[in-house]
Design a protein around this ligand. Sequence first.
Ligand SMILES: Nc1nc2c(ncn2[C@@H]2O[C@H](COP(=O)(O)OP(=O)(O)O)[C@@H](O)[C@H]2O)c(=O)[nH]1
Ligand SMILES: [Mg+2]
Length: 490
Amino acid sequence: MGKKKKKTSTEEELSTDELGITEKKKTTKKKTIKKSSSKKTTKKKKTTKKTTKKSTSKKTKKKTTKKKLEKTDFIQSSCNVGLVGHVDHGKTTLVKALSGTWTEKYSDEINRGITIKLGYAEAAIMQCPNCNLVIAESVANNLRKSKKDQKGMCPKCGTKLNFKRRISFVDAPGHEILMATMLSGASLMDGALLLIAANEICPQPQTREHLAALGIAKIENIIIIQNKVDSVSKEKAIEHYNQIKEFVKGTIAENAPIIPTSAIFNSNIDLISQKIEEIIISPELDYDSEFLFNIARSFDVNRPGSEIDSIHGGVIGGSIITGKISVGEEIEIRPGFRSKDGKYSSIVTTVQTIYEGKNSLNSAKPGGLIAIGTKLDPSLTRTDQLIGNVAGKPSTLPEVQYTVEIEAHLLKEVLGAEEKIAVTPIIKNELIMIVVGTSLSAGMVQNIGKKNTITLKLKRPICALDGSIVAISRRIKNRFRLIGYGYLVS
Ligand SMILES: Nc1nc2c(ncn2[C@@H]2O[C@H](COP(=O)(O)OP(=O)(O)O)[C@@H](O)[C@H]2O)c(=O)[nH]1
Ligand SMILES: [Mg+2]
């Protein structure tokens, strides 16, 4: 048991590193070390002390200016680009090639070599003022001829690149048992890269299922990445390209560009960043509606044995759907916590910090994934306990629903399984799993009404706006498989 607990806290640390929360603590730690080492040296080297002090203070000054600049100049990501597709087709490797970040950080993920949680990374998209080349910053830096060459330069003409926009990547798990996580990730995406590995026949089951999920979430800005072309002959790559063309015919991705790539050898990554800029346009942001935040992750960012004074409150991670939020404002989280009688009660707390990656913000708007530090007891946010909740300004959120009505539309066949299985109509007393936003729940069908409207009594209530898109899955041979979608009706 003890061992297990320890593992959890390491995982928590890792995940918060990913969102940049531990950054502050690390600096504090460094400072303390510095302090004590300087104390030690005072007595011994009095003469050299002055010069050392001077240079250190200069260094610190430089660092502070840089930090300040980062804080005020930082521009939040304006959209979330999803990476979807069958397991092992190279999604996580491609995120690394595009952003420089390896999103798998949990010990379970590292040991098993698969993505389990939604991964997160961000990239600055740059443009050359001379030749107009558009490229992700880390891709441009990777294309330098020598590591000694200056960073931030155009790989084509050598001119200093200008900042264009920042984008976030949402790395979805491709394993069939993690479909619910993929679906909640899809609710945050503004566009997607669909990865299809050239060394396997197209389509694989989750290639089909993930493309259907994009269709359900109405994500139309899609780029198809034909990955691992390094591992097949030219003839095989052309044959595979034709399989892709055939597979996407009549789907939402019919006209999506197909880019042959080798994520592992960094080939054509520059072309992908250009296509992202062309096709995955940042959506128009809705600042005027009430603040609404979908919680996709939640953390306890404290290391074991932290001093009481240095304990940080619970952190929630996710995307702002509408409106704005600033440090110091109150928020309400719904459905909140389950009490003994089975009812849920919402939680009200105050925003203490806002981070995007390692950058601290005073306020945030819709766009990429952010982390909100609150005054909550961190044990309440530990190990993703608040996934699927929503946050808003107090008393502005929709009512919590224990029973929902869904206008359901079923697919013709189950897409996520190897074999072909027809989707039969939903029946009374059937167990159905739903994903609404980042929220996952299941319930028994109580009634089937007109227009295929099903009434579900949920095991865990949800808080969502009327008309929200619902992904519907049913258990088929011990796995929940996507069978359709619908809309919440009141
Ligand atoms: N040959 C080759 N292998 C790749 C390429 N991209 C990824 N891989 C390998 O494929 C495996 C799965 O990659 P990963 O990014 O974890 O796939 P994911 O499950 O889709 O996230 C890893 O061993 C990668 O090193 C590629 O372009 N070419
Ligand atoms: Mg992965």
